[in-house]
Design a protein around this ligand. Structure first.
Ligand SMILES: [Zn+2]
Length: 484
């Protein structure tokens, strides 16, 4: 038994270290195969000796039992929100107030990106992760420990067994994972998440932590809420200590002196915004010295020693080349903008939503117009307005056709409704979407039957409706692309 216990401890130590190197340092030292083999061995041992299973074991990262609901957690230290500023002048006002209150010339600031995610609290006892909770209203949040355990960059065991530690961090979904998740959802007919923040929120509040584990969330830790067994005197020092303990701390930890230097750093962060692999919605300037923070204090809502500088939603100009119509499963015909490709918020955009015909009419959007596209962390960009001063008279007013672009049957619009519909139940566009929906996970869960395959089956006239799926023969399928 003693040797089994030792082997288990060795395995955990190794797996935790490899995990840390991969997810926190972004510098893996073993291949997936070796990692998986060690993990399988640990899972097998824990199954054989369940009395040796512990909540901080790396095997717990895959998720566990399904919860009935979330339990409330009262935060011992309030998780405050920050005051916002939107301009250089407002930021300089904040700096003047701070410098005056401290009676100094130049305030020492830490300036950080403001990650557009969800604030969480992580608690550790004797170096082991014991509890994680949402921010909630700042005073009371929800216990999401099992879900947070699945976030690979959250250490389950710290490198030093300090008696007690509570840290605050921001959980987010990297853009790439978000795009992949939405692609997946689209292919199985599930509703899309509007932006990475919503996707992260939905993933953290799953009662089944296995789903959270699949979503591949990430975290940046940026504050010590409470600590026992260690003295810290500044923000920079606490970030360095958190890194040492094994946390993934917020990047760029330099100090800046006075409003001018701090503002230049805020601008720099704003400029690199589009090139980051995750969404940020601003930058935060914080007084670095804890003694100064204490003398500044807080208002009832926000601390006086920090401010969030909010960046505006990203906008770009483009040309509206055409309006493309899409017929949905329920027959709703949606107009989409076909744009001259433009780079915005880190991705190339060539489509944007025009919502419905009323939106197009109200904003007087015409084909050939120069338009402003906005992407406020949302996956589907939107046409916000027309630059009418750039018109040359060749622009064309768009009108909804009388017939469906897919089946040529007449389109209908119900009184008081913005949506225009095709009511032909044999409409090929609707057929295709309903077959995709039928095959999707929430419905029949037919593996491999995504949009591309359904389209091919319809094109080849192998199926016409859902019922035909049951009469498909092996020979029919092997002839298709992707089925070789
Ligand atoms: Zn139709």
């Amino acid at each position: 038994m003693e040797t089994i216990k030792q082997e288990i401890e060795q395995l955990r130590l190794k797996l935790n270290q490899y995990n840390y190197e991969y997810y926190v340092l972004d510098n893996p030292t073993v291949d997936d195969f070796t990692y998986d083999a060690l993990m399988q061995r640990l899972i097998a041992l824990e199954e054989e000796y369940p009395q040796l299973k512990t909540p901080d074991s790396p095997t717990q990262r895959v998720g566990g039992e399904v919860l009935e609901g979330f339990v409330e957690v009262a935060h011992q230290v309030q998780m405050q929100s920050l005051g916002d500023v939107f301009s250089k002048e407002e930021f300089e006002d904040f700096d003047r107030r701070t410098a005056n209150a401290l009676g100094i010339d130049k305030v020492e600031y830490a300036v950080e990106m403001k990650i557009d995610g969800l604030s969480v609290s992580l608690e550790y006892e004797n170096g082991a992760f014991v509890r994680g909770s949402t921010r909630g209203n700042g005073f009371v949040g929800e216990d999401i420990t099992t879900n947070l355990r699945t976030v690979s960059s959250i250490p389950l065991k710290l490198k030093e067994e300090i008696p007690y530690l509570e840290v605050r961090g921001e959980v987010f979904m990297p853009r790439e994972n978000f795009l992949r998740l939405n692609e997946q959802r689209e292919s199985i007919g599930e509703p899309l998440f509007a932006n990475p923040r919503n996707a992260a929120a939905g993933s953290l509040r799953q009662l089944d932590s296995k789903i959270t584990a699949q979503r591949k969330l990430d975290i940046y830790v940026f504050n010590v809420q409470q600590i026992e067994g260690k003295e810290l005197s500044s923000h920079q020092e606490s970030l360095q200590y958190l890194s040492f303990l094994g946390f993934k701390t917020i990047p760029h930890q330099n100090l800046f002196y006075g409003a001018e230097e701090a503002y230049a750093e805020i601008q720099r962060i704003g400029e690199m915004r589009g090139e980051l692999s995750f969404d940020i919605d601003g930058a935060v300037a914080k007084v670095n010295q804890f003694s100064q923070r204490e003398s500044l204090g807080t208002t009832t809502k926000t601390p006086r020693w920090a401010i969030a500088y909010k960046f505006p939603a990203e906008q770009q100009e483009s040309k509206l080349l055409d309006v493309a119509l899409q017929v949905g499963r329920t027959g709703v015909v949606t107009p989409n903008a076909v744009l001259q490709p433009v780079r915005i918020a880190g991705s190339t955009v060539s489509r944007a939503t025009l919502h419905n015909i009323d939106y197009i009419r109200d904003k007087d959007i015409r084909i050939g117009d120069t338009v402003v596209i906005q992407k406020a962390g949302d996956i589907i960009p939107e046409v916000v307005r027309v630059l009418t001063e750039k018109r040359d008279g060749t622009e064309q007013v768009f009108t909804m056709p009388d017939t469906c672009p897919a089946c040529d049957e007449p389109l209908y619009r119900e009184e008081g409704e913005a949506a225009v519909r095709c009511q032909n139940s044999n409409c090929p566009a609707q057929q295709m979407r309903s077959i995709i929906h039928f095959a999707s996970r929430p419905a029949m869960d037919i593996e491999g039957l995504g949009p591309a395959v359904v389209e091919q089956l319809l094109d080849e006239k192998l199926i016409a409706d859902v019922g035909d799926l049951y009469f498909l023969k092996f020979e029919d399928l092997v002839a298709l692309e992707r089925f070789g």
